[in-house]
Write a protein that binds this ligand. Structure first.
Ligand code: HEC
Length: 162
């Protein structure tokens, strides 16, 4: 339940989050680019695998267990909810952290990579993650990205800046 609530909060926050790289929806993961994927696999195994798993399987009990009141690392494969979020949001939450995205202090064990990894390394790691998803999940994710961009465009029009 807690997990579902957090996902909803993140979902709502992505509409509101209006600053920082990628907020305009221009960040695109390159799940078909071999050079990017080679780099991403190295970054993922070095920076992310300790928590999210060598095979993207997440930490045991991630669905309901907490440690010190904080959630465990979810898987990045089909069984998790990474693919529920558009490219731009995945980038932002990896770079700026979950609290920045949610817009309030949210104690969590996910590191903030701003100043630690370059934008390119973050995009590479996330592209690698995306490249492992089966085609049906990639198709749904493409739709999520398209909806996200459309929302941003409508928001801009609503503000009269377009
Ligand atoms: C120290 C452990 C740790 C490391 C290292 C780590 N993460 Fe995480 N990550 C977490 C935890 C824990 C969460 C869930 C936080 C929560 O929801 O409270 C998380 C959540 C995420 C999410 C959100 C998933 C979702 O569906 O909401 C993404 C995306 C993510 N991590 C990407 C990465 C990437 C990319 C790396 C490497 C560059 C990385 N993480 C490294 C612990 C870690």
């Amino acid at each position: 339940m807690q997990q579902m609530r957090t996902s909803i909060v993140i979902g709502a926050a992505l509409i509101l989050f209006a600053s920082g790289a990628g907020a305009d929806g221009t960040i695109e993961l390159k799940a078909d680019d071999a050079t990017m994927l080679a780099r991403g696999k190295i970054v993922y195994q070095r920076e992310c695998a300790a928590c999210h798993g060598v095979n993207l399987e997440g930490q045991d009990g991630w669905r309901d267990k907490t440690v010190d009141g904080m959630r465990l690392a979810p898987p990045h494969d089909k069984s998790g909810h990474t693919w529920h979020h558009p490219d731009a949001l995945l980038f932002q939450l990896t770079k700026y952290g979950l609290s920045a995205i949610i817009g309030r202090d949210y104690p969590n064990a996910m590191p903030v990579y701003d100043g630690v990894l370059s934008d390119l390394d973050i995009i590479a790691a996330l592209s690698y993650i995306k490249s492992t998803w089966p085609q049906d999940v990639k198709d749904i994710h493409a739709k999520i990205n398209a909806d996200y961009k459309l929302n941003l465009q409508m928001e801009k029009r609503g503000k009269g800046t377009n």
